[in-house]
Design a protein around this ligand. Structure first.
Ligand code: FMN
Length: 186
């Protein structure tokens, strides 16, 4: 069984990226995969003074990442970059020094936006961060998802076939990427 964590880069209750992320597990064709959402909204601001004694919530966050074989990050673009809350969560994961949670951890990224840039700028910034972490990051398919509320049903299902096919391509490539690069698989 391959374990994949899904991180949503937004803590907004009505997050469109969470709405999109929610449909990904159902589009995976490989049945030998377990998806878990990894949540970071309770993390305080990172402060290196706490490196010697991480708060429990930060230990739990790092453990949650350690417990999966790979990660999918679905993030919005805020101010032409990733949201500050996601950067904060990544900073917690990167430390203490020498104990980075993403070293060697395969990651696939995508994002959804109603805007014309469709998260392209944010994803480039995220790739730079993940490269620094030595996380093997999926190159293709790049997925800049143009969100349309009318493509979703009231129950959260994605009813637009073309859009579902974009997400299916992404999640199935992400599964293959994690399986190829996961260092340890239970
Ligand atoms: C502070 C802020 C900055 C934003 N900057 C961008 C941006 O640079 N590019 C973009 O495509 N959308 C931008 N948006 C619009 C977001 O794409 C939109 O709010 C979207 O719903 C965010 O995703 P979420 O609902 O998953 O949080 C911004 C929104 C906020 C709140």
């Amino acid at each position: 069984m391959t374990r994949i964590g899904i991180i949503v880069g937004s803590i907004a209750e009505a997050s469109i990226n969470r709405q999109v992320a929610n449909v990904l597990p159902g589009l995976a064709t490989d049945e030998d995969v377990e998806f878990t959402f990894l949540e970071f909204k309770d993390l305080p601001f990172y402060d290196y003074a706490l490196d010697a004694d991480y708060p429990q919530v930060a230990r739990d966050w790092k453990q949650a990442i350690a417990d999966v074989d790979g990660v999918i990050i679905v993030t919005p673009e805020y101010s032409r970059s990733i949201p500050g809350v996601l950067k904060n969560a990544l900073d917690w994961a990167a430390r203490p020094w020498g104990q980075g949670s993403f070293a060697g951890k395969p990651v696939a990224i995508m994002g959804a936006s109603i805007g014309s840039t469709a998260t392209a700028a944010a994803q480039q910034h995220l790739r730079a961060i993940l490269g620094h972490y030595d996380a093997p990051t999926m190159g293709q398919p790049e997925t800049f998802f143009h969100y349309r509320a009318d493509a979703f049903g009231a129950d959260g299902t994605l009813q637009d076939e073309a859009q579902a096919s974009i997400l299916a391509n992404f999640v199935n490539a992400a599964v293959a990427h994690v399986k190829q690069f996961a260092r340890v698989s239970a």
